[in-house]
Design a protein around this ligand. Structure first.
Ligand code: ZN
Length: 366
């Protein structure tokens, strides 16, 4: 077998399939190749196990890993060319029973979408977000891993006028390179943490700061301080829904009066699979028999006003906050999901799957 041609074809095929990851897994008899498409793993190829050595070595060479080291996990990166496009690929190995498993994460070199409508937001939500981008304060994008938060953050950055505003990001990793924006990579190994990076950015006369994720109290404190001193701060958090963001920040040690005055908006989201347009859900060649093709965002876009600030200072429960937003007429994620289903964009099975996932995540948070 021509290993180089096989690996090149592996990447070409994954890009054609819109895959986000490629898994190369040795099992007892076979080397199994799977691709993650629209959030789900699909087996695309199975080879005799004796082919594994050549393929794994080729991938490890491309990722500049030590090909002799097979007992310890390793991680690396490479840039590949598919057609006219260059793609950044992160790879990670893991020693498993029958050899080494490799996962390749494909990072798109450019954003697939350019507008919030294309992400799945309704016009009223697009307007609400646009207003938030013209104010100072903290805007938090929230949802579990794989909910599309990074794409939303990047889309928000592209909507800002980078010629008139100094926009700096702090990321781990930098996933998409954006023109006109100063992107900073965090390096934990050398002590260049989110908190340290953020302090350095604040000395760079910024207008807009994007923090990939707030994971610790120190970063949360500096982010809040930046939002209170005239900056627009965009970030992501892991919470079940929009209302939980407020209690999460308070749990991180931020006093409620600071959360109330710094937080200006919350965008909660999930990704929903769209019914395949070719077969209308039955399964065909186009959708690899899944019945789905592509995904769209389900959103909850909340903006905070004085009444919400007053509520936050009284230490409300998550359900009280949620009720408050509902009373104010904001569309919750469940409603957004139901609306997309009623528009015929997805199946009843996908609707039910997403509803039960939302309930499960909300229970885990408690
Ligand atoms: Zn189909």
């Amino acid at each position: 077998m021509d290993v180089i041609a096989f690996v090149n074809n592996l990447f070409n095929e994954a890009v054609a399939n819109r895959a986000s990851d490629i898994h190369v897994e040795p099992s007892m008899e076979d080397l199994i190749i799977r691709q993650r498409i629209d959030g789900y793993l699909v087996e695309t190829c199975r080879l005799p196990l004796q082919e594994a050595k050549g393929i794994l070595s080729r991938l490890k060479i491309m990722g500049q890993l030590d090909i002799g080291e097979k007992r310890l996990p390793q991680d690396g990166a490479m840039t590949i060319q598919v057609g006219e496009k260059f793609l950044e690929v992160r790879l990670a190995t893991l020693p498993v029973l029958y050899g080494e498993k490799i996962v390749l994460r494909l990072l798109p070199s450019e954003l697939a979408v350019r507008t919030l409508s294309e992400l799945g937001m309704e016009i009223i939500e697009v307007d609400r977000v646009s207003k938030l981008l013209h104010r100072q304060g903290l805007v938090a994008i929230t949802g579990p891993t794989g909910a599309g938060k990074t794409t939303t953050l990047y889309t928000l950055l592209t909507l800002l006028d980078h010629r008139r505003r100094n926009i700096i990001t702090l990321e781990d990793p930098i996933e998409v390179q954006l023109a006109g924006i100063n992107q900073v990579q965090v390096h934990h190994k050398i002590g260049f943490t989110f908190a340290k990076g953020l302090r350095a950015i604040l000395r760079q006369d910024p207008d807009v700061i994007m923090i990939g994720e707030i994971r610790d109290q120190e970063t949360a404190e500096i982010a809040i301080e930046a939002a209170l001193t005239g900056h627009l701060v965009l970030t992501s958090l892991h919470t079940a829904d929009g209302s939980s963001v407020i209690s999460r920040l308070i749990d991180m040690g931020i006093p409620s009066y600071l959360v109330a005055s710094a937080l200006s908006g919350i965008v909660a989201q999930r990704l929903m699979r769209l019914t395949c347009g070719k077969c209308k859900g039955k399964g065909c060649l186009h959708c690899r028999s899944s019945g789905y093709f592509n995904r769209t965002g389900i959103f909850e876009v909340l903006s905070l006003d004085e009444t919400t600030q007053h509520l936050i200072m009284n230490h409300p429960s998550v359900s009280q906050i949620r009720q408050h937003f509902q009373n104010k007429g904001f569309r919750m994620m469940e409603q957004s999901l139901l609306q997309k289903y009623e528009q015929g964009l997805t199946t009843i099975e996908e609707l039910k799957r997403m509803e039960s996932e939302m309930i499960k995540i909300a229970q885990l948070e408690k």
